[in-house]
Design a protein around this ligand. Structure first.
Ligand code: ATP
Ligand code: MG
Length: 570
């Protein structure tokens, strides 16, 4: 492509509302433009990168037996009602009506649609396993679209769905997809980690997220040198984690007057006790029903873990008014001893951290009083003890129990789910097994944010001059820069351009103007190889080659340029 003809509207100024380095560079390099909040246009240069990512993914999906299809973006309400997600999905689901009043949604993910296809046309175990995938624009009415295409309302995704006759086969295949996803991340040049994750609104039995490590990433992850890794939303805690536990004799309960002291901090100072001695008592509403939750004073509840322990669709921390209405006790003075709820079948869920507290402190269930010397078993009995707290800095790895967990931030680019029969049961999708018996399909689903990958790649690889593309993602692999596009220089540039174009996507900067400006643009666009031709280099029958990722340039014989081009990514 000749630069003078290319539609690459670069910007000199950094757009003021760009909140991440990748968004700044995508706008400045003319990859994308914003149409509306969370809605972006992909310009030619950006689309080239997006298509490169798509091709990397397509190759890996085909290698593992995936078959590509394309599903509609506008989806009828009826299918979403079969799984209950029409109501459950909440405000992220953009609902629309056609002229006759029929309801539809803009597809945010396609489990229902694919399950419908398979239940109609797959009858026998002989047709399994089956893996279908597509590339498509998804729509989610994100509450806070941000970071450009990283968290957009409309974004480009590869979603894949697999169908199996048995749990074992679904798990075997899950590992294969996991490896394919790792390969995709490697080819994109990512420094990444695959971590255990929660299943969210997609559901299923287990899942992994593929995280590109970046300080600006929205997700926090923990990892251990033993190989364990998890999103903090999911990260397990071991029972005895923090605090030194001296053996203590259980003392008798004691009530203390604590006027207006509601927080662990306030009461801790007053009694001269550490937060580790406190049993925090909280009321949550799980699908509207109150449950009591206990956690040690220095820890916090992990609502994702609690939600999955309760198997709840919606979990809300009750506010002061609600707490008082339900319990008759003002917030700040709740406690686990002699707890009263209107119903007798309430659940009192203690986190493991509480189990170890001897002579603990908590509210006395009456205004302005706390209790000292509370002991589990003697003074209160939880209905269940579970791992429901947030992992803390300094925590030991829950797997090897030897090393301290490392905290880092990441951008989630892919997510794999073992779904099991969640969708096939809800939608009555069955096949006949070897014995002629009807069974529900066992499913997996696997998403990759193609557009998010583009932003993540820039976030991980840039410098003060612009983007530094990995050669597999680059919109053009090389840019030829004539110091002035005329005479002998022009002839040589045209010849090199012809030759390289047979194998590579090449940009020839045929524009008028100073070489310095062209160099700046080449750096901003992040093209991996820059070939400069000037009278000086031609004196020796050479050109200057500079790799975007390196500081130094070298002079190369014209005939040897091809040898200097990066090999393909394999
Ligand atoms: P997140 O936690 O970031 O909202 P998710 O768990 O909702 O992601 P999935 O439903 O698993 O995402 O979707 C698969 C992939 O699609 C994600 O791994 C991510 O790369 C991409 N993705 C999801 N939401 C967005 C978005 N709003 N903008 C861009 N890409 C997205
Ligand atoms: Mg989401």
């Amino acid at each position: 492509m000749k630069y003078s003809q290319a539609f690459i509207p670069t910007l000199k100024e950094t757009p003021s509302d760009a909140d991440t380095i990748s968004l700044k560079l995508m706008l400045r390099a003319g990859l994308i433009r914003k149409l509306s909040s969370g809605i972006y246009e992909w310009l030619p240069l950006g689309l080239r990168v997006l298509k490169n990512v798509e091709q990397i993914i397509r190759e890996e999906m085909n290698k593992i037996g995936g078959q590509e299809l394309l599903l509609p973006t506008i989806l009828p309400k009826e299918l979403w009602e079969e799984t209950g997600r029409w109501n459950l999905y909440g405000k992220e689901l953009c609902r629309i009506k056609d002229r006759s009043g029929r309801e539809f949604c803009l597809g945010p993910t396609h489990e229902e649609i694919i399950t419908d296809i398979v239940r109609k046309d797959v009858r026998s175990y002989k047709q399994l396993p089956l893996m279908l995938y597509q590339f498509q624009s998804k729509f989610r009415d994100e509450i806070r679209p941000r970071f450009g295409v990283m968290r957009a309302k409309e974004f480009y995704m590869k979603d894949a769905y697999s169908f199996h006759a048995s749990e074992e086969d679904a798990e075997r295949y899950y590992k294969i997809v996991f490896d394919a996803y790792s390969k995709i991340c490697e080819k994109c040049g990512f420094n990444f980690r695959a971590v255990e994750a929660t299943t969210g609104s997609i559901g299923g039995s287990f899942s992994h997220e593929f995280m590109v490590l970046a300080d600006t990433g929205e997700e926090e992850i923990v990892s251990c040198i033993c190989g364990y890794g998890a999103n903090v939303e999911k990260a397990e805690c071991i029972k005895r984690e923090v605090g030194s536990w001296k053996p203590e004799v259980e003392k008798p309960l004691e009530e203390v007057h604590t006027p207006d002291m509601k927080t662990v901090d306030e009461v801790g100072k007053f009694l001269n006790e550490k937060p580790e001695k406190f049993i925090k008592t909280l009321i949550y509403l799980a699908d509207g029903k109150p449950v009591i939750v206990l956690v040690r004073g220095d820890c916090e509840i992990n609502e994702e873990k609690l939600k999955s322990h309760l198997n709840a669709n919606e979990l809300l921390l009750a506010d002061g008014n609600t707490v008082e209405k339900i319990t008759g006790v003002p917030i700040g003075f709740l406690g686990s001893v002699n707890f009263r709820l209107p119903t007798s079948d309430f659940r009192l869920i203690a986190d493991y951290s509480v189990e170890n507290i001897i002579n603990g402190i908590s509210g006395a269930n009456k205004k302005d009083y706390h209790l000292k010397n509370i002991n589990i078993g003697r003074d209160y009995k939880p209905t269940e003890i579970a791992d429901i707290r947030k992992v803390k800095k300094g925590a030991l790895c829950p797997r090897c129990k030897k090393h301290e967990l490392k905290f880092s931030r990441g951008i989630e680019v892919g997510h794999t789910f073992k779904l099991g029969t969640k969708y096939s049961k809800a939608m009555n999708a069955t096949f006949l097994d070897e014995k002629g018996k009807q069974n529900f399909f066992i499913m997996g689903c696997y998403g990759i944010g193609v557009s998010r990958i583009v932003a993540a790649a820039i976030e991980q690889s840039n410098d003060e001059s612009g983007i530094i593309w990995n050669r597999a993602l680059a919109p053009y692999q090389a840019i030829i820069i004539p110091v002035s596009y005329e005479g002998k220089i022009k002839d040589v540039c045209d010849t090199i351009y012809e030759k390289l174009s047979q194998k590579y996507d090449v940009l020839l900067d045929d524009r008028d103007g100073r070489a310095g400006v062209k160099f700046k643009d080449a750096d901003l666009l992040g093209i991996p190889v820059r070939i400069t031709v000037s009278e000086k280099t031609l004196k020796e029958n050479k050109v200057e080659i500079k790799y975007r990722s390196k500081k130094t340039a070298e002079l190369v014989d014209i005939e040897k340029i091809l040898d200097k081009m990066p090999k393909n990514y394999l």
